[in-house]
Design a protein around this ligand. Structure first.
Ligand SMILES: *Cc1c(COP(=O)(O)O)cnc(C)c1O
Length: 332
């Protein structure tokens, strides 16, 4: 796992590169900037929000350690941050989590507890540990401090672009909505409230899209997408509220797992970076022509500034996982 070389840093995340992509710019017809969150310590943007949350919980209460119920990028970020803080962390995960995840979390100094078959079981145990042991609970996405930490993504991009450049749109993916809330708050902080956000999900992990369509918060029966990092059954209330408010434009779109996988492969071929399917969903908006269609249909104004793509990253992917995904999705 990747690590940051600052040990006395004020925060755990790094200032990630903002790269111009010639190949993507050509496709979109305007300049495309990639915010390379895949290069964060722990492999995704998650360290911004979860690192900040852990720091704040630490200074507010000299407590007994942290508990998180994610075997994915949130758990990795929690393990990374707490290890840097010299605090114990317990990560509770269901038995369905692959073994290499357990190994990676333990390598980060976390105590791993395997409880139940699905995430809800593991999360119930995490909440029990909060009650009985006084551990501080680290949610993967649903906390104002996580959103504040995630908002640094936008303030950082704004600082890099300089005062004369404003994006035409920001492109992200949505799981539980912690990234979306952070991006919206960052847009507020830098005075970019008129910049629309294109919020991507995959079919079968589309809790925001289902809620936007229904006009109320909808809980999915099941997660049928392979984009497991987007697999929240219910979007957080704040993200839904932003989608309904007039202060910001959020355009919710869905792609198939096949489109997300194709985007991962194209990104690997053209940019030489391997990302999770959760990030493939974002990239598919460019590679599968969603951005074009939105403009053609008038849902997105013609892009007057560059397209800012948040390459959210993800560490649950390697050459073997990629070929497993290919086999699975070609059969369907
Ligand atoms: C967590 C995650 C997401 C989704 O973020 P939410 O805050 O849950 O909406 C997207 N991509 C990656 C790689 C993630 O780890």
């Amino acid at each position: 796992m990747r690590s940051s070389c600052h040990n006395m840093a004020e925060h755990f995340h790094i200032n990630t590169p903002l790269l111009e992509s010639a190949a993507m710019s050509k496709r979109v017809g305007t300049t495309v900037y990639l915010k390379m969150e895949n290069s964060q310590p722990s492999g995704s943007f998650k360290i911004r929000g979860i690192g900040y949350l852990c720091q704040q919980l630490m200074s507010e209460s000299k407590d007994k350690g942290f508990v998180c119920s994610s075997g994915g990028n949130a758990g990795m970020a929690a393990a990374y941050a707490t290890q840097k803080m010299g605090m114990p962390a317990t990560i509770v995960i269901p038995s369905s989590t692959p073994h290499f995840v357990v190994q990676r979390l333990e390598d980060q100094g976390a105590t791993v507890k395997i409880v139940g078959k699905v995430w809800d079981d593991a999360n119930a145990e995490a909440l029990r540990l909060v009650e009985t042991e006084g551990l501080a609970y680290v949610s993967p996405f649903d906390h104002p401090l996580i959103w504040k930490g995630n908002s640094s993504l936008i303030t950082e991009a704004a600082a890099t672009l300089g005062p004369t450049v404003k994006p035409g749109a920001v492109l992200i993916s949505v799981g539980g909505g912690g990234l979306l809330c952070g991006v919206v708050q960052g847009l507020k902080d830098v005075g970019w409230m008129d910049v629309p956000v294109i919020a991507m999900e995959t079919v079968g992990a589309d809790c925001l899209n289902a809620s936007v369509k229904a006009g109320r918060i909808v809980t999915l029966d099941d997660i049928t997408s392979e984009a497991k990092s987007l697999g929240a059954k219910t979007v957080c209330v704040k993200a839904f509220e932003y989608s309904q408010s007039n202060e910001v434009t959020i355009i919710s779109e869905v792609v198939t797992d096949q489109q997300a996988l194709h985007a991962m492969e194209t990104f690997l071929d053209e940019e030489h970076v391997l990302v999770e399917m959760a990030c493939g969903a974002t990239l598919a908006a460019v590679y599968s022509g969603v951005v074009h269609r939105l403009q053609a249909e008038g849902h997105l104004p013609l892009l007057l500034g560059p397209l800012l793509v948040i390459v959210c990253g993800g560490s649950n992917i390697d050459a073997e996982q990629l070929s497993i995904l290919k086999q699975k999705l070609q059969r369907n």
